[in-house]
Design a binder for this molecule. Sequence first.
Ligand SMILES: [Zn+2]
Length: 335
Amino acid sequence: MRITDEAAQLHKSAIIIDGHSDTMIERDERKLDLDMVPRDENLQADVPRLLEGGFTAINSMCGNVDLQRGLRLMDGIHRMVDDHPDVVLLVDTGSDIETAKAEGKLGIVPQLESCTLFGEDLAGLRMFHRLGLRVANLVHGERGACQMMQSPFEHCSLEDRKAAEKWPGLTDFGREVVPECNRLGIVVDLAHTYDSTFFEAVALSTKPVIFSHGNVFSECGHWRNLTDDQLKALRDCGGVFGMAFYPLFIDEKEPTLERLLDHFDYAIDLIGPDHVGIGSDFDGCGPVTIPGSVTQVVEVTQGLLDRGHSHDTILKVLGGNFLRVYKEVMVSSFP
Ligand SMILES: [Zn+2]
């Protein structure tokens, strides 16, 4: 794809935030050192290529159902930040992302992909906040501490989705986690929930929530994508969803960049430019992503320009919207 000077300049000037990155847990899966700063072409992302691709900050997945692993990944984040203070920065509050941009560093936002690792005890959530946790998915799809049943993961009809609004959703513990996240200053993330859990959590939260990685159901009928009613609920609570680069969520038959751009167009048209972001799922969604690599995300910027979106809208989508929510919700836990 040809990238114009306008797109390249806009992309370079933007604060770009990735709502969901699995690189560290993928390194753990492969029993590699957890340091993401050395270049490693065997994975989809590393810090040098993320910076080359224009990223300012990533939500770095640091665990889901296993407490030991969660501690190991959180330790990995802290060691990486300690070892490379010139390259990466631990995001404590939203404004740290602006500092990362000004200093040319990559901001790391610790993100859990489930609270199941806490059992049914808020002590773990509070201690993880002290360690730097700033974004917490309630579930990774499992029947767990926060959600009554397992989330389906396949293509489905709108009727299926409407029926799921009546399923048993949050557990009693889940109903405690949401307000405690609000109080602590952790952003509640509803990716991987099914519909009843999603709507209950949105209603319970007194702060904007996010849906860190997923796409638009009206463009591709998959359980992991947001229905129109979910998109409107995110808009009404001031939240943001991150558009995933996962082919399976983009189009069941022919996932392409153009089809991904259809998802952006649909969401921006339905709920306005203030609630759409990106949540790539690099290193978490199989071998193929759209766009094809962390250094090609400028293709999204080009595509949005080509489809007539304003610079202002594109800057919001690339990271401005996540930044707004982070500044509103995150509370420091460090002296
Ligand atoms: Zn995920």
